[in-house]
Design a protein around this ligand. Structure first.
Ligand code: PLP
Length: 395
């Protein structure tokens, strides 16, 4: 357990709630989840399955056949991936796919190259299973894309896995088609497995996404991870999946059996509806995120001392606040306790997140505008007085 990490978003949310309990108004920009309700047709399909269709039993470990088939059709439509239903592993959330991939493939001392800043679970799990996480720094100068040359320089005979995430959490960056093709070539040359985290794939606002699994020689070495949490506002349902190489599917099923037996039966019925039913709700959420993106990014850039790149996907802004001369966790605390705005320190996503704070724009336009105003006032006050607000100074 000494080796495992965590996702501090859950802790930050708890601290924000504790502050709210003292009567303070807090605007929540820490959560990586859509603020919308799950589309009604999806909830109704799950309710029907639960109430009328007896979906109250165990299902096959890797998922019900109708969902695995719907996923095959969906990844063909959106990603251009050709897969068989047997390659689809349905899981409670997409996170277990990371867990199983590392458990199945990483031996003691195997190296895993992962984006840093990045989703904290890649590093945590790689280390937990006895592997060595190797950070590929994402830099603002490079639009927070992975630097392919640098990734090449990090590869050693012990490198086993490359993790990519596009669109990216926490920076909102995307990899270009050229980046992805070059990363694919590296994977083939060095016989690496790629864990392609495409959970924000439908929330890419520029360029057409390219799935690395579609490139020559990649289908047999790529685990494509996706799910329902972000696209369909279904975080609490716990529903995700991996499309895995045929040879790996039995291992993943065995890990499912050993850990959770299967994914919730009626939730899977809802997932079929999410993929095969009308897409208007998912499209409307995407359009709303796009509008909020400019609101928050323009608002942040108007604050003296703040610099924020335009994210190309997901629903996060990742402003550079290093000009205030404090650590990102001090700034995040200051903004929580002084401004009542909860974001996450960039370092919650790895050491290369120092200098940044992540704000999720999965919140109403009204709250985003209020938050930006309060952030501006609070940073101006910090500049003026040099005084950082902390948990102890909360009023
Ligand atoms: N991958 C990334 C990059 C994420 O940001 C998240 C959730 O925040 C996940 C995967 C996992 O999502 P879930 O387990 O809810 O499907």
């Amino acid at each position: 357990m000494e080796r495992i990490g965590t996702e501090t978003a859950f802790e930050a949310a708890a601290r924000a709630r504790a502050l709210e309990a003292t009567g303070r108004d807090v605007i929540h920009l820490e959560l990586g989840e859509p603020d919308f309700d799950t589309p009604r047709n999806v909830s109704e399909a799950a309710a029907r399955a639960l109430l009328d269709d007896g979906a109250t039993h165990y299902t096959p470990a890797a998922g019900i056949p109708s969902l695995r088939e719907a996923i095959v059709a969906d990844v063909r439509r959106w990603k251009g991936i050709e897969a068989k239903p047997e390659q689809v592993i349905v899981t409670p959330g997409a996170k277990p796919i990371m867990f199983y991939a590392m458990l199945a493939l990483i031996d003691d001392g195997d190296e895993v190259i992962y984006p840093n800043p990045g989703f904290p679970i890649y590093e945590s799990m790689a280390r937990y299973v006895g592997g060595t996480p190797v950070a590929a720094p994402l830099r603002e100068e490079n639009d927070f894309r992975m630097d392919v040359e640098e990734v090449a320089s990090l590869i050693t005979p012990r490198t086993r896995m490359l993790v990519i995430n596009t669109p990216h959490n926490p920076t909102g960056s995307i990899l270009t088609g050229d980046d992805i093709r070059r990363l694919g070539q590296l994977a083939v040359e060095h016989d690496l497995v790629v864990l392609a985290d495409e959970i924000y794939g439908r929330l890419q606002y520029e360029d057409k996404p390219l799935s690395i699994a579609t490139l020559p020689g990649m289908a047999e070495r790529t685990i494509t991870l996706d799910g329902f949490s972000k696209t369909f506002a279904m975080t609490g349902w716990r529903l995700g999946y991996g499309v895995v190489p045929e040879a790996l599917a039995p291992a993943f099923s065995t890990l499912v059996i050993n850990s959770v037996s299967c994914t919730n039966a009626f939730a899977q019925a809802g997932a079929v509806e999410a993929l095969t039913g009308p897409q208007d709700a998912a499209d409307a959420m995407r359009a709303e995120f796009l509008a909020r993106r400019s609101l928050i990014v323009d608002g942040l850039n108007a604050i003296p001392g703040v610099r924020c790149l335009m994210p190309h996907g997901a629903f996060y802004a990742f402003p550079n606040l290093s000009s205030f001369g404090r650590s990102s966790s001090q700034i995040a605390d200051h903004l929580l306790y002084d401004a009542g705005v909860c974001g996450l320190a960039g370092t919650a996503f790895g050491e290369h997140g120092e200098g940044y704070v992540r704000f999720s724009y999965a919140n109403s336009r009204e709250n985003i505008s209020r938050a930006v105003e309060r952030i501006g006032e609070s940073l101006a006050k910090l500049e003026r007085t040099g005084e950082l607000a902390t948990a102890g100074s909360a009023h």
